[in-house]
Design a protein around this ligand. Structure first.
Ligand code: NDP
Length: 327
């Protein structure tokens, strides 16, 4: 039986629980692809899984996203073949030399797109795509508030919203991140570590507030986000990097102006191969044309996954972090 290296956890905890283990290379079943991984993406959800916020069965191999080459195909009548370059956003076990991905969650990397960019684009890019096309159809002239605007999802949201003519207000925690968010298309960037963002949003919008708030920060921003919305505005709470939002009285949505609050997850927006392909085709077209920039800010070796988690959790990072497996 052949073996491979994988970053596993045997219990929930801080970054110290990440362990490089030698485990059997898996074999593909019907509908699955065995992939030799080039690059794996680091995402905030990996931290929720590692810390126990999202419970898992142990031992578990972390990582949902990556790019690589198909080395075995489980089905006889597959749309994929050995040698295909593929990428994915929902394939548990991607911090490893090999992984299994369900065919309906794999996408062929388009010609002209490098394997690192393909891995970097998938999870955060498809998230930004569904948030601006399906959760709230942002349109020209809208004001949108994007929290953590220089983060992985944040930079992509800024670019996609700007391209639609939306007026983007970002929040960030440092001067360097402020610059990055502006460069990505935010018209205004608020230092929410220093200033009251609700007051600033009211000033910028001359009291009219925003049609939509994209909030992946959660505990520290949720209350303020509600107060940044115009009548019938939408709050997309898509993450909780600062901690979970406490239980919430729905009656408050009435009092605040018939607001909509939703808590979406990517998996529900790439339910079928058709839906995945539609989003990927649109996203990669933008990347190939140069209109959508995928900013890879840090690359780590597989054995340095712990450092990558420490960096992401410490709020020190901007854009995308990747693990180099065989890139
Ligand atoms: P980011 O690169 O955005 O990193 C998280 C950022 O959150 C930090 O850089 C920081 O930006 C901000 N932040 C604010 N408070 C804290 C805190 N207390 N601790 C740590 N970070 C904090 O990560 P991702 O792009 O990977 O993910 C962004 C969010 O989107 C996450 O909540 C993630 O779970 C969510 N997500 C949800 C998906 C879905 O489908 N629901 C899919 C993908 C991601 P700053 O320093 O500027 O405050």
């Amino acid at each position: 039986m052949s073996k491979m290296r994988a970053v596993q956890i045997f219990e929930a905890g801080n970054a110290d629980v990440l362990t490089v283990a030698e485990i059997p290379t898996p074999e593909p079943g019907v509908g699955q692809l065995l992939i030799k991984i080039s690059w794996a993406g680091i995402n905030y959800i990996d931290i929720y899984q590692r810390s126990g916020k999202y419970p898992m069965d142990y031992p578990a191999t972390l990582g949902l996203e990556g790019s690589g080459e198909v080395v075995a195909v489980g089905s006889k009548d597959s749309n994929f073949k050995i040698g295909d370059r593929v990428c994915w956003a929902w394939g548990q076990g991607s911090y490893a030399e090999f992984t299994l991905v369900n065919e309906d969650k794999a996408f062929k990397v388009p010609d002209g797109v490098s394997m690192d960019v393909a891995a970097a684009a998938m999870l955060q890019g498809l998230t930004a795509h569904y948030l601006v096309t399906s959760v709230y159809k942002a349109k020209a002239g809208d004001f949108a508030l994007v929290h953590a605007a220089a983060g992985g999802v944040g930079l992509l949201l800024c670019q996609m919203l700007k391209a639609k003519g939306v007026r983007v207000i970002g929040t960030v925690s440092s001067a360097q991140k402020q610059e990055r968010a502006m460069a990505a298309g935010a018209e205004f960037v608020i230092r929410y570590d220093q200033d009251d963002f609700v007051k600033k949003v009211a000033e910028i919008t001359q009291g009219n507030r925003c049609q939509v708030v994209y909030d992946g920060v959660g505990a520290t921003t949720f209350e303020g986000s509600l107060n940044c919305l115009a009548i019938r505005g939408t709050l997309a709470l898509f993450g909780s990097s600062s901690g979970a939002v406490p239980p919430f009285d729905l009656q408050r949505l009435n009092a605040l102006g018939s607001l909509v609050v939703t808590r979406p997850s990517l998996i529900n927006f790439i339910q079928t191969a058709e839906e995945l392909n539609w989003r990927c085709n649109e996203m990669f077209e933008e990347i190939i044309s140069g209109r959508l920039d995928i900013e890879i800010s840090q690359r780590y070796e597989l054995a340095d996954a712990k450092q990558a988690h420490l960096d992401l959790e410490s709020r020190a990072t901007s854009g995308k972090l990747l693990l180099k497996i065989a890139g």
